[in-house]
Ligand binder design. Structure first.
Ligand SMILES: [Zn+2]
Ligand SMILES: [Zn+2]
Length: 232
């Protein structure tokens, strides 16, 4: 059996939240549509998928697992996965936000995007945040966006030093580091629900602070700054 990844669970929990917080039947149009979408396998790059992978009945089973992991469920929970309870709790806490995230995941899959394989060394963190984090990181590497942001910062009298720790690649590495800095989305598109990036939503960061923003749950540069230790 192929483990359900985060994005798949969000899509299944989305059906639960839209169905009075209960599971959906295999024969329902929602279960059929989600099965067809997930069976394309874009969230399981490079894996061997069994013939019954994410069949409509497996969608039914997972949505009932999720609904019985809900804190409002009064019976005995079915045996679901480790992420079932936190994901259904996230939908209870911020229903509209999580439904928007589900819509963005669905749109990415329908557009043919794939989640990098588990052994992709370029994006060790992408799998944790799912396909939306992968897309956001790809957008952050967009050279045009990066140079627009840097031009705007310089025009406003700023520098390309890291906004969190002040590290300046040019100062430390001389000519080789001159002008190098990474661009980070403070509020990624899957959180804001926006479709275009505003320059003020981008931060200039050194490679270390940038990695700390993305490690595990996505945190803001301000949150990383709080973690900085003097002399560390
Ligand atoms: Zn830094
Ligand atoms: Zn980033």
């Amino acid at each position: 059996m192929v483990d359900w990844v985060y994005d798949e669970l969000v899509l299944a929990a989305d059906l639960v939240s839209g169905n009075g917080w209960t599971g959906v039947r295999a024969a329902s149009p929602d279960a059929q549509a989600l099965s067809a979408l997930l069976r394309r396998g874009q969230l399981h790059e490079g894996e061997d998928l069994p013939a019954n992978f994410r069949s409509p009945s497996s969608i039914q089973r997972k949505t009932y697992d999720l609904s019985t992991a809900d804190e409002h469920y009064e019976g005995t929970p079915t045996r679901g996965g480790r992420l079932d309870a936190p994901i259904i709790a996230a939908f209870r806490e911020d229903t509209a936000g999580m439904q928007a995230r589900a819509a963005a995941i669905r749109a990415a899959l329908e557009a043919g995007e794939t989640l990098p394989a588990a052994n992709d060394e370029e994006e060790p963190e992408a799998r944790e945040g799912g396909i939306l984090e992968h897309l956001a990181r790809r957008r952050e590497r967009d050279r045009g966006l990066r140079s627009r942001k840097i031009r705007a910062v310089l025009a406003a009298g700023g520098t390309t030093a890291c906004e969190v720790c002040g590290f300046d690649f040019g100062v430390t590495y001389g000519e080789r580091g001159e002008g190098y800095v990474e661009v980070h989305h403070i509020r990624p598109l899957h959180v804001t629900g926006a479709t275009t990036t505003r320059l003020e939503d981008l931060a200039l960061l050194c490679a270390n602070c940038h990695r700390m923003c993305h490690r595990g749950r996505w945190i803001t540069p301000d949150e990383v700054r709080v973690l900085l230790r003097p002399g560390g």
